[in-house]
Ligand binder design. Structure first.
Ligand SMILES: C[S@@+](CC[C@H](N)C(=O)[O-])C[C@H]1O[C@@H](n2cnc3c(N)ncnc32)[C@H](O)[C@@H]1O
Length: 166
């Protein structure tokens, strides 16, 4: 049995995600470019992103739209389907421009986590701008990116932060 209960895992993940988002908002403030949200889910992080980054284009991906009615992305920016299928067509538009990607695709299914981590590692690096940040609930191996120390308020291992060097 894990040392942490599921309640604690969820609590610490959300706490770390919130701290990483605050860090990212400050870090990208002077860097123009779009944002990518992998995993709309209920729309909680999307809602946070759009409130703090009202001028940014935010491209959102999920296989289904289960977001709260008041957390709906604009239809032109919501890509529904398997990310393996929906992200590559946008690569020409996003390549080298993304200043923040939030990868929130994890679940309690180990095999699914392995697959989405591999998929993210394959698809994300070419999209990232110099100085761009990737935040992820799963550890990722991102070519050309370096790990970034978590900000205060984020417990080690509960979220993961990477940067493409400027
Ligand atoms: C943890 S939830 C996202 C939570 C969300 N960020 C929020 O704040 O409510 C993960 C989401 O990723 C989606 N997902 C996982 N793997 C996917 C894939 N390969 N393609 C598309 N969507 C995927 C699931 O459908 C699920 O909605």
């Amino acid at each position: 049995m894990s040392d942490l209960s599921r309640l604690e895992k969820t609590l610490y993940r959300l706490e770390a995600q919130h701290a990483c988002l605050a860090y990212a908002f400050a870090a990208i403030a002077d860097r123009p470019g779009p944002v990518v949200e992998l995993g709309l889910g209920l729309g909680r992080t999307f809602d946070h992103l759009r409130r703090h980054l009202p001028e940014r284009e935010i491209f959102v991906f999920d296989r289904v739209n289960k977001a709260y009615p008041d957390c709906q992305p604009a239809p032109d920016y919501l890509m529904l389907g398997e990310i393996e299928q929906t992200l590559p067509p946008l690569a020409p538009r996003l390549a080298g421009r993304v200043v923040l990607a939030n990868v929130d695709l994890g679940s309690f299914d180990r095999e699914s986590n392995r697959q989405v981590a591999a998929m993210s590692a394959r698809l994300l690096p070419p999209l990232m701008a110099a100085g761009g940040l990737v935040m992820s609930d799963l550890p990722l191996e991102l070519a050309g990116c370096e790990g970034v120390a978590l900000p205060p308020g984020a417990r080690e291992g509960r979220y993961h932060l990477y940067r493409r060097p400027a």
